[in-house]
Design a protein around this ligand. Structure first.
Ligand SMILES: Cc1ncc(COP(=O)(O)O)c(C=O)c1O
Length: 359
């Protein structure tokens, strides 16, 4: 296990910190951050210090070749004021898998988990207590060697940032652009890794969607351009003939921790779940004849987000909207209530998914 050092300035940084009133998502940062450096094939101790700027040379590889990975998970406060983590070992596994794909060093899963517990316990007073709010943890690893040739870096920086957060979406009516011209991630590429390059590839479509008055992008597969993959930075579900359908995982879809939890919770609630390749043309027909009654996206940040409609473009670039019959998403809301109650320690944890923050 790696050792840790806590900078003495952390005490005053914590004391003078006030939780903002309006949280939003990713807008405010907790007063501490954690880091470790990888050099000469070994990790340093963890250092916890006040949140602030870091210093890197402009030739650091991350700025040129995007060798970087990240994770995202939330710490919740239970009614008895305990700090709770939801399946952090899933994030540890995914971080390791992303590191392997991006030719980065492995941070032992135990060290990764320890760094999260250390931050969550030091920041215990910064975890919002209102239901639906939480402290979002963002572990990252970036390539820091300063040689500009294209090859894997030999030096890296691992960090954990923390952000008190509330709702991810401010609007209720989420309209989604079916993206037929661009691809988020290709087969055998980086899609199943959590790395910045995938998000960079998604931003042009995000802008296009916004310009059309829509909120998000529905991504299709790179080979046939017809099977649903993901919805922006979330996984996708649709209720069709009272069964919950979701795209079967492949190497260009990010395997969501929330997705897997929803599948297991739904089965526990006796809802049939089907994982399969989902053809967008077929789904549009099912929305039109109302066999598909609702759809939602899911992920750590947004938990479960009901979708109001999908949108295609005609040859003149005008929107054709396909509205879901049940825009208020009754089943998705029921699953969300269950999932949140579990994450916030308000119901008994039949799955063994919730762990108390401990050092
Ligand atoms: C591309 C993408 N898909 C799916 C998800 C959902 O994953 P999780 O439920 O683990 O947050 C995320 C968010 O992390 C994501 O960025």
């Amino acid at each position: 296990m790696l050792n840790y050092i806590i900078n003495p300035d952390c005490t005053s940084a914590l004391k003078s910190y006030e939780l903002p009133k309006n949280l939003g998502f990713g807008e405010h940062f907790a007063p501490l951050m954690l880091s470790a450096k990888f050099k000469d094939n070994a990790w340093s101790s963890f250092l916890v210090e006040p949140f602030g700027p870091i210093s890197l040379l402009p030739s650091a590889k991350v700025f040129h070749y995007a060798q970087e990975i990240f994770e995202g998970l939330k710490v919740y406060k239970s009614p008895s004021k305990e700090a709770l983590l939801f399946r952090p070992e899933q994030n540890a596994k995914r971080f390791k898998k992303s590191a392997e794909r991006l030719a980065m060093p492995i941070l032992d899963e135990k060290d990764f988990l320890f760094s999260l517990n250390l931050m969550a316990s030091l920041l215990s007073d910064v975890i919002p207590e209102t239901s639906g709010q939480s402290l979002y943890l963002r572990p990252i690893m970036i390539a820091t060697d300063t040689i500009m040739s294209v090859r894997p870096s030999t030096e890296f920086l691992y960090m954990v940032l923390a952000s008190p957060c509330g709702d991810y979406f401010s609007s209720q009516d989420i309209g989604v652009l079916i993206e037929r011209d661009e691809i988020r991630a290709s087969s055998k590429g980086l899609g199943s890794s959590k790395t910045g390059a995938n998000y960079a590839a998604s931003l042009h479509s995000y802008k296009k969607a916004k310009d059309l008055g829509l909120s998000q992008t529905l991504w299709l597969d790179s080979k046939e351009n017809k099977y649903i993959e993901e919805l922006s930075g979330m996984n996708f579900f649709a209720l069709i003939n009272n069964e919950l359908h979701t795209p079967l995982l492949n190497d260009s879809i990010l395997e969501g921790v929330t997705r897997e939890a929803i599948i297991k919770i739904s089965r526990h609630l006796k809802i049939k779940v089907v994982e399969r390749k989902m053809d967008i043309g077929e789904l549009i027909e099912q929305i039109k004849d109302q066999r598909c009654s609702e759809a939602f996206a899911c992920g750590t940040a947004a938990v479960i987000t009901p979708l109001a409609f999908l949108s295609d473009l005609d040859e003149k670039g005008r929107r054709i909207d396909y509205e879901f019959r049940d825009k208020n998403c009754p089943l998705g809301s029921k699953i969300k209530d269950y999932l949140l109650a579990l994450q916030e320690g308000r119901i008994s944890d039949e799955f063994g998914w919730v762990s108390k923050v401990s050092l």
